[in-house]
Design a protein around this ligand. Structure first.
Ligand code: F6P
Length: 319
């Protein structure tokens, strides 16, 4: 392994920069040349690739976003696009590629590896929706961002004795809503994995009021529906003033937490070690606190496991 490249792809996530830094500095430490690819697979197809050194990644460990920029690339979904990308890597003498991204980015890496490119994936997404790893880079920071918002919403909701519906990201995965629901002491968590019963939700809100609760914070994962619509219906049925807050892309920014910086640093080192060992089609993860790696096909095929216990905890503690 003489030259590796690194790119970030899909939605950005806090900690991606810390991962890039770890990849670049580990490679240089081991005498391997490193290239950075800008704008994910789109930049790869267009040959937006440049050599990186130790100072290219100075002063970025604390920064959210990604210095390499990122994109979602339709052309890469085609065989022709992927062939172009593989050719660019060949032209620049790149032997191995580190892809930092989520599910879709990993599928890209999987297909690229079938064209003979050595690939290793690092899970960079706020969604925490990759089954093979306990945590993805960015998830923890997002939880803290959402918690900060919930704390503020609690103040105003209590003052006005309102219901507050807070819509968070996560596509098909309810982890952001579930974890912040527990950590933020929310009265309800609505996630795609479990669905919800509208009448039961209204009953819980009304019972809470009878018990003396002065606020009702409901965490809603975006995959289940819109907060505005739900707030309107809840207010109609319960008669309690209800407000919707959609946290949106605020959840994707910000300085990464200590946990995400550690995770990204450890995973970045592992990715380069794997490529140097001659491994390909691997993804790096964390299980039971240990950094592990798995075959990309197996990792992507793992059926999602839902943590029922956490959901029980959310419901039990919210009463
Ligand atoms: O996958 C990360 C994520 O932030 C999801 O939670 C969200 O649904 C999506 O990306 C939003 O994508 P975009 O930034 O393209 O609007």
């Amino acid at each position: 392994m003489r030259t590796i490249a690194v790119l970030t792809s899909g939605g950005d996530a806090p900690g991606m920069n810390a991962a890039i830094r770890a990849v670049v500095r580990t490679a240089l430490d081991k005498g391997v040349r490193v290239m950075g690819v800008q704008r994910g697979y789109s930049g790869l197809i267009n040959g937006e690739i440049f050599e990186m050194n130790r100072t290219s990644v100075s002063d970025i460990i604390q920064r959210g976003g990604t210095i390499l920029r990122t994109a979602r690339c339709a052309e890469f979904l085609t065989e022709e696009g992927r062939k172009k990308a593989a050719n660019v890597l060949k032209v620049f003498g790149v032997d191995g590629l580190v892809v930092i991204g989520g599910n879709g980015s990993f599928m890209g890496a999987q297909k690229l590896s079938k064209l003979g490119v050595s690939t290793v994936g690092l899970p960079g997404t706020i969604d925490n929706d990759l089954t093979y790893t306990d945590y993805t880079i960015g998830f923890d920071t997002t939880l803290n961002t959402v918690l900060d918002a919930i704390n503020k919403l609690r103040d105003t909701s209590s003052s006005h004795e309102r219901v507050s519906i807070v819509e968070v990201m996560g596509r098909d995965c309810g982890d952001i809503a579930l974890y912040t629901g527990i950590a933020g002491g929310a009265e309800g968590v609505i996630i795609p994995e479990k669905g919800y019963d509208f009448d039961e939700l209204c009953r819980t809100i009304l019972e809470g009021k009878l018990k003396g609760k002065i606020h009702n914070l409901i965490l809603l994962a975006e995959g289940v529906g819109g907060a505005n619509e739900l707030a309107k219906k809840v207010e109609e049925v319960t008669g309690i003033e209800t407000r919707a807050t959609i946290l949106g892309h605020i959840q994707r920014g910000g300085s990464p937490s200590a946990f995400d910086r550690m995770l990204a640093s450890r995973m970045g080192v592992k990715a380069v070690e794997l490529l140097i060992e001659g491994k390909t089609s691997r993804v790096v993860g964390m299980r039971d606190g240990q950094i592990v790696d798995d075959d990309i096909d197996e990792a992507l095929a793992m059926p999602r496991k839902f943590d029922e216990k956490l959901f029980e905890i959310a419901n039990m503690l919210s009463k």
